[in-house]
Every structure is written in structure tokens, then in C-alpha cells.
Design a protein around this ligand. Structure first.
Ligand code: XCC
Ligand code: SF4
Length: 627
């Protein structure tokens, strides 16, 4: 096996080599030995009842109950959507509970009062003359109600264009309560329920929409209210951000309610003093996966790496603790950490892992809990084995923190205040209609060892910006971009002339970091606002999406809500649906007639980028006739 082929990131390749020397295994080794099940890959294995498992073959074209390949594939797909929507939305619910817990003297406070009041007004909650915390609690209750309200449909944010809502109404896919949509999938996929691929995919779309425009949107808005709406700031990315002489703590997972408190705890003078007592120069926090995105957006905390790098952080031998909450955490970290001095600390009852040290994070005593966890890390510094330490030098400069509001602030730089009022997306819409920017692309998602690490993200992004397509990014894709230097303002030199000029005038990099995966809601918000500005539907905009290295169920939900929102989406890895001809036909063709967009599968990121550009140009032609 040629290690050089595993990643485009030299830090990764160096540490894969160290793993060999240290005699430990990583995902890259396990990938070598894993032979994926061909049935699973096509989605034609059903384990929904105990008469099975049933596998579809030429000799057995139906399961015992008579389910066809399409029925099985569509049910499996729906369950992936449900898993993903549940994870994002439950994260949103947790944040709502934290908002409900806020008080003037508590650990959790309201940071963005303006955003709170805006949301309160939208939800018709009285704000005049009221204590900010009374408003916060009522907003939290309203949000919590969105998950399980018995009647009516989801409250949509004002960024959703009316045209889009009509599309959903006509297809009968307007979500009701968020939990209800997830439960409906679990019910409909139970043995003896939905046995019709078309209907199963409609239900999937409705559930996915309840994630993107519901659970995830709530997660983002309430996180901003609690911890602040991100503004542009500088950071650094890659394993080179770990420090030789400091207590290194890696924050990994998703919900900012934990990581925000760790950030606070790490600033505590007593704990800094303790770090010095044990012989370190200080405490160094570094983020991983979406937690990294959350804390870098709001505090500039450095980014250690993305999904495929979590084991490699431990392999440096320089990490005192990996602190995790939920989602995207390798169980492999438990046994790996044992080979080093690293403490692998789980904190959520939703994600306990055998072999990990479990210190339950108590939100009622959040700061105290966080301090206890940081103290564990500090006390572990003495166990670091110098001879086992290897920190790659690699790190890149990056700009992060482009919330919709931050982008609008940047756009205000070019508003001619005699003609236009500031505070809108009009300058962006103008750049798109005039053709200075050909269009926009959202590049999101994970790492997947089926794709050379980071290659899919980085090559696709480079090709797009070269062709004057502005890129917005979240999740582990954003971290790939950060590590490759694409989030730096310097990356303008890789952009086409139009995009480079816009970046110069507006003072932004050509690739904008918009946050974590739940923050894809920020992308929906931005795109929705541009569509409203131009009075068109989202599907009419020269806007595309891609997940070149996706792997999680969350990504399936995301892909489905992005397409359902009218944005064509490219996947670098085929989802397990190829065994269902009707399912495949709907996802890659018929959805276009239904919601104005569809899925494309293209493993080659450069080819995919050109397909995306072609689609953008097609959409431009139609749009240009309107303007
Ligand atoms: Fe997870 Fe959110 Fe994927 Fe990264 S991008 S591997 S889902 S951390 Ni969300
Ligand atoms: Fe087999 Fe039908 Fe049971 Fe699935 S639901 S395992 S296809 S009998």
C-alpha cells in the first residue's frame, strides 16, 4: 500500500507512517482489510423483520413478505434520512434546553440579544419591556414545541421563499413537527407499512426538510443567541497547531454547549496555574470535526483536523485529552488512547464508549463540570512520553466565521448608500445577475476513506473558484479547505478574475467558512435571501451543492433537504441505493420535475466541478432572460 496515496495532507501521511512504527492501527489500515458487503452497498438487504434478513438476488427478487428491491432500498434510504435528521435535530433540541436554562448569573447567558429579539418577534413572543431572560425562556419553549407540537406545520424562517413553500405544499411534503417526521419514517418503514418507493421518498423529503429548515436551523439560531453570532476571525488549521510545551486538549464532537464551557474553563487562572505547576507553558485547545467549527467561528480556537484525523491527533503522543460529546467519534479512540497517555473522555449519555473515561457533563453545573474535565487533562501532562511525541509541522492560516450576518456586513462595504440601503444581500445578488460571479457552490460533508483524504474537497473547490464560482463551506469540508489554505484571503490568487475582484472589494476569501454541519442552515438562509431579493425560487439560482467525501446518515438527510430546497447536489460517493432502479430514477432524475433539482454522483471531483459549472451556466441562461 502506498501511504502517499491516502491523503493529500502531508501531516496525515506522516502520522500514518508513525502509526506503522508505533505498531498501532488506524482507519486507513482497517479500510485495507474491510471487504464491503455487495448487498449492503446496493441497499438490497432488509433486516426490518425477523423473517429475514432478506437479500434480493436474481433467484430471490422479493423478500419473504414480498418486498421488492425498490421497497427495500427506499426503506433503507428513509431510515438513513431519519437517523441523520434525528441527530441534527436532537442537537437542536439540546441547545434549546440550554437556552431555557439561561439566567443572569448562570453559566449560560444570552449573548446575542438582538438575534433573540428578532426570533421572538418572528414567533410573536412579546419583547417590549420584558426581561431578556423571560424572553429567552419563552423562545426556548417555542423552539422545543416545534419538535413535538400536535397540530399544524413547521414554523419556517423568513428566508424561505414563498415559491419554495408552494412547491412543497403541492407535493404534500411540508413538515409537521420535527420528531413526528422522524417517527413517521420509523413507523412507515416497519414491516407491513410503506411498500412504494415514490411515497417512501416523499416521506424522506419531508423529514429531511424538517431537519434543514427546522432542527438544524433551530440549532444554529439558538447557538448564536447563546454564544454569539460569528464574525470573521483568523485561525490556523492542521495538526501542527498542537504545542510541544502545552497541555493539548482536543475538543471533538458537535454541540457547543460543552465546548463553550471548556473554552471558559481553559481561561481559568487557577487551571492555567495548575498547568504551569505540572511543567507545561499553558493550556492549548484544538478542535476536531464540527466542534472545531463551532469554537473556531466564535473564539478562533485552532482546528486540529477533520474526521479522518481524529486518531492521528492521539498518534502525535502530545494530546493530554480528547474530549467528546456526540456524533462522528470513532470508538477506535478508546483502545488507541491506551497505547498513548491520552485520556479519551466521553461526556454524553447519548455517546458512551467502552474503554473511555466517562465524565458526564452536567449542564446545570456546566462550568464546574468543564473545569473538572480540563483538570483531568492537565494532571495527565506528566504521563506524556517525550520519546513518543511527534507533532507534524504542517498548519495553515484561515479566516473563519462567515455567518449570514457577517457576510452582509462585508457586502455593506460596496453598497452605494445613495442608491441602496445597507444590510441586505443585494450586492451579492447583483454580482450573480451581472455575471461577475458565475454562481455559488456549497461544499460540505465528511471524510470517507473511499476517497483519498481531502482530495475530493480541495480539488473541487479549487476548480470552482478558478471558474468564478464563489464557494461556501461547512463541516469537515471546511476544515479540508482551511488546511489547504483556501480559507485565507491569499487564496484569491487561485480565483478567477471576477471572483478575485469581488473578494478584493468586499475583503473576503474566495471560500467562506460558514460553520458546522447544522450551520448548513446558514447556507439555506443566504441562498433563500438571495432568491427573495431577486424574487425567484431557489431552484432558479445558479447555485449548486456537493458532498465529495460524505459518509454519515446526517449527510443523507442534508443531501435530501438541499435537493428538496431546489439545489442540485453532487455526491462523490454513491449512496446505497443502486439496487433499486425506481429509487435511483427518482433521486437522479425525477426529483428535478418535483422539486427542481436532483442528485448527481461523480467520484472525480474535477469532473464533478465541471458538471456543476455547466449546470450553473444553464441556470444563468434562464435567469438572464428574466433580468
Ligand atoms: Fe461528521 Fe460534523 Fe461529516 Fe464531519 S462533516 S464527519 S457528519 S463532523 Ni458534518
Ligand atoms: Fe424480509 Fe420483508 Fe422482513 Fe424485510 S420486512 S426482512 S423483506 S420479510
Amino acid at each position: 500500500m502506498d501511504e502517499k496515496l491516502l491523503s493529500i495532507d502531508s501531516a496525515v501521511n506522516e502520522l500514518i507512517k508513525k502509526a506503522k512504527e508505533d505498531g498501532v492501527e488506524t482507519i486507513f489500515d482497517r479500510k485495507e482489510n474491510m471487504k464491503p458487503c455487495p448487498m449492503g452497498e446496493k441497499g438490497i438487504c432488509c433486516r426490518i423483520c425477523a423473517m429475514g434478513p432478506c437479500r434480493i438476488t436474481p433467484k430471490t427478487p422479493r423478500g419473504l413478505c414480498g418486498a421488492t428491491a425498490d421497497v427495500i432500498v427506499s426503506r433503507n434510504f428513509a431510515r438513513m434520512v431519519a437517523g441523520g435528521a434525528a441527530a441534527h435535530s436532537d442537537h437542536g433540541r439540546d441547545i434549546a434546553h440550554v437556552l431555557h436554562m439561561t439566567s443572569k448569573d448562570g453559566n449560560y447567558k444570552v449573548t446575542d440579544e438582538e438575534k433573540l429579539k428578532e426570533l421572538a418577534k418572528r414567533w410573536k413572543i412579546e419583547t417590549e419591556g420584558r426581561d431578556i431572560y423571560d424572553i429567552a425562556h419563552e423562545v426556548a419553549e417555542f423552539a422545543l414545541n416545534e419538535f413535538g407540537k400536535p397540530f399544524g406545520t413547521l414554523e419556517f424562517p423568513p428566508s424561505l421563499p414563498e415559491q419554495r413553500k408552494k412547491v412543497w405544499e403541492n407535493l404534500n411534503i411540508v413538515p409537521r413537527a420535527i420528531d413526528r417526521e422522524v417517527v413517521t419514517i420509523m413507523h412507515s418503514t416497519h414491516v407491513g407499512c410503506t411498500a412504494d418507493a415514490d411515497s417512501m421518498l416523499n416521506i424522506s423529503m419531508r423529514t429531511a426538510i424538517s431537519d434543514g429548515w427546522g432542527g438544524s436551523y433551530i440549532a444554529t439560531e439558538l447557538s448564536d443567541i447563546l454564544f454569539g453570532t460569528p464574525i470573521p476571525r483568523e485561525t490556523e488549521a492542521n495538526l501542527g497547531v498542537l504545542e510541544e510545551n502545552q497541555v493539548n486538549i482536543v475538543l471533538h464532537g458537535h454541540e457547543p454547549s460543552l465546548s463553550e464551557m471548556i473554552v471558559l474553563a481553559a481561561e481559568d487562572p487557577e487551571l492555567i496555574e495548575l498547568a504551569k505547576e505540572v511543567g507545561a507553558d499553558g493550556i492549548n485547545l484544538a478542535g476536531m470535526c464540527c466542534t472545531a467549527n463551532e469554537v473556531t467561528m466564535r473564539h478562533g480556537v485552532k482546528i486540529a483536523g477533520n474526521f479522518a484525523q481524529q486518531e492521528l491527533a492521539v498518534l502525535t503522543g502530545a494530546v493530554e485529552a480528547v474530549i467528546v460529546d456526540v456524533q462522528c467519534i470513532f470508538p477506535a479512540l478508546a483502545s488507541l488512547a491506551e497505547c498513548y497517555h491520552t485520556k479519551f473522555i466521553t461526556t454524553s449519555p447519548k455517546a458512551r464508549i467502552t474503554g473511555a473515561t466517562h465524565i458526564e457533563f452536567d449542564e446545570e453545573k456546566a462550568l464546574e463540570s468543564a473545569k473538572q474535565i480540563v483538570r483531568e487533562a492537565i494532571l495527565n501532562f506528566k504521563n506524556r512520553k517525550k520519546e513518543k511525541v511527534f507533532i507534524p509541522k504542517t498548519k495553515s492560516h484561515a479566516m473563519v466565521g462567515y455567518s449570514t450576518k457577517a457576510i452582509i456586513n462585508q457586502l455593506d462595504k460596496v453598497v452605494n448608500s445613495h442608491i441602496d440601503k445597507p444590510g441586505t444581500v443585494k450586492p451579492l445578488a447583483d454580482c450573480i445577475t451581472s455575471g461577475v460571479l458565475r454562481g455559488a457552490a456549497g461544499i460540505v460533508g465528511c471524510n470517507n476513506p473511499k476517497v483519498k483524504h481531502d482530495y475530493g474537497h480541495v480539488e473541487m473547490i479549487k476548480e470552482l473558484i478558478k471558474n468564478d464560482v464563489i464557494v461556501v463551506t461547512t463541516g469537515c469540508a471546511a476544515q479540508a479547505a482551511a488546511k489547504a489554505g483556501l480559507l485565507s484571503k491569499d487564496a484569491r490568487k487561485l480565483a478567477g478574475k471576477g471572483l478575485a475582484t469581488v473578494c478584493e472589494l468586499v475583503d473576503i476569501p474566495p471560500v467562506l467558512h460558514m460553520g458546522s454541519c447544522v450551520d448548513i442552515s446558514r447556507i439555506l438562509e443566504l441562498v433563500g435571501l438571495v432568491a427573495k431579493q431577486l424574487n425567484v425560487d431557489i431552484s432558479e439560482l445558479p447555485v449548486v451543492g456537493a458532498a465529495p467525501e460524505w459518509m454519515s446518515e446526517k449527510a443523507v438527510s442534508i443531501g435530501t433537504y438541499v435537493v428538496s430546497s431546489g439545489i442540485d447536489t453532487w455526491l462523490g460517493v454513491a449512496p446505497p441505493v443502486t439496487g433499486g432502479p425506481r429509487v435511483l430514477e427518482i433521486l437522479t432524475s425525477e426529483m428535478e420535475n418535483m422539486v427542481g433539482a436532483k442528485f448527481f454522483v461523480e467520484p472525480d471531483p474535477i469532473k464533478a466541478a465541471h458538471q456543476m459549472i455547466e449546470k450553473i451556466e444553464q441556470k444563468r441562461k434562464v435567469l438572464e432572460e428574466k433580468f
